[in-house]
Design a protein around this ligand. Structure first.
Ligand SMILES: *[C@@H]1O[C@H](CO)[C@@H](O)[C@H](O)[C@H]1NC(C)=O
Ligand SMILES: *[C@@H]1O[C@H](CO)[C@@H](O)[C@H](O)[C@H]1NC(C)=O
Length: 318
């Protein structure tokens, strides 16, 4: 009787803890990284998200974010892809098609569903859990610029785990030949590659190596205003950042907030002289985005563990 009881308890323990074991294995595989996307602009932004081929998908590929609003999203732990902001979007009442003035992805809907930003657009690029288990991230102006944008790691360690991005409003000071205009206002700034298509600017053809593709006067315009952002394809040394075990806060229009609709009133000289100093002094600030929430998979595992232990306790006490 006692031997049977002993075996019975062992069997119960096994059946109780096997699901817990499976849950922990599963939750490690499904661990997520929290991306908090914040809109500090005075107008609505429609973030767009494009995942690289072969990577798991985040919960959305595009949505609306009102001024002052933020959204915390669980991203797959090994996600790679890009995030950008779309401006002045609207759904056409006749055709039902959704389009944006800048950063449009051409999907005709709020979700981008696998479509990328049509340049020019400021891009935040990520490769999570890459070489040596590090996250690689950058803010890129290689495809031009439409919005000020910051990427701030949260709670990460190692590497050069610091804030990067472009706080300046480059639209008013954008060279005329690179400007995208709407109603006489500059709303985005093309890359020289996009504007002229030269191999020299695009780092293509005989300029397709770091030693042959050099910065140009045009890439210099972007780099002097935003020293931490990519200004041309081989700008890696000063523009790529790395972190381990981090969450990320992505802020559109970090303070001081500027409006593309007020672009013509914005002093160009101040934009170009203030921005590099601010970035160089490490004064880049992320406003009250709030802390990244608990990683959902871990939380789920703890809840499951508590539930199974509670059931086990009830069986044992019978
Ligand atoms: C909606 O689409 C129609 C047909 O393409 C176009 O003529 C019209 O100008 C659009 N309306 C707006 C408000 O953009
Ligand atoms: C950050 O670290 C990476 C990897 O070590 C390096 O390639 C990159 O140049 C560094 N970035 C900066 C801005 O120093």
């Amino acid at each position: 009787m006692s031997a049977l009881g002993h075996h019975g308890r062992r069997y119960r323990l096994l059946t109780l803890f096997f699901p817990v074991f499976i849950l922990f294995v599963y939750s490690r595989g499904a661990e997520s990284v929290t991306f908090t996307i914040v809109n500090m602009c005075s107008y609505t932004i429609w973030p767009g998200i494009l995942s690289n081929a072969g990577t798991q998908q985040p919960p959305t590929t595009g949505f609306a974010l009102q001024p002052g609003q933020s959204s915390a999203l669980p991203f797959p732990a090994s996600w790679s892809g890009r995030i950008w902001g779309r401006t002045s979007c609207a759904q056409n009442a006749t055709t039902g098609l959704f389009t944006c003035l800048t950063g449009d992805c051409g999907s005709s809907t709020v979700e981008c569903s696998g479509a990328g930003a049509i340049p020019p657009a400021t891009l935040a690029e990520f490769t999570l859990d890459g070489a040596d288990g590090l996250d690689f991230y950058d803010v890129s102006l290689v495809d031009g610029y439409n919005l000020p944008m910051l990427v701030a790691p949260q709670g990460g360690t190692g590497g050069n785990c610091s804030i990067t991005g472009c706080t300046a409003d480059l639209n008013p000071g954008c060279p005329k030949e690179l400007q995208v205009e709407s109603d006489g206002t500059s709303v985005a700034c093309k890359s020289a590659c996009d504007a002229f298509g030269d191999a020299q600017y695009c780092c293509s053809g005989s300029y397709s190596t770091p030693s042959t593709c050099k910065p140009s006067a045009y890439s210099g315009f972007f780099k002097s205003a935003c020293p931490k952002a990519y200004s041309y394809a081989y700008d890696d040394g000063t523009s790529t950042f790395t972190c381990a075990a981090s969450d990320y806060v992505i802020t559109f229009c970090p303070s001081p907030s500027t409006s593309i609709r007020a672009a013509t009133d914005y002093p160009v000289a101040a934009t170009l002289t203030d921005a590099p100093a601010a970035a160089g002094n490490g004064e880049l600030q992320v406003s009250s985005a709030g802390r990244a929430q608990d990683r959902p998979a871990s939380t789920a595992a703890y809840v499951a563990l508590a539930a199974v232990l509670a059931v086990g306790f009830r069986i044992r006490s019978h």
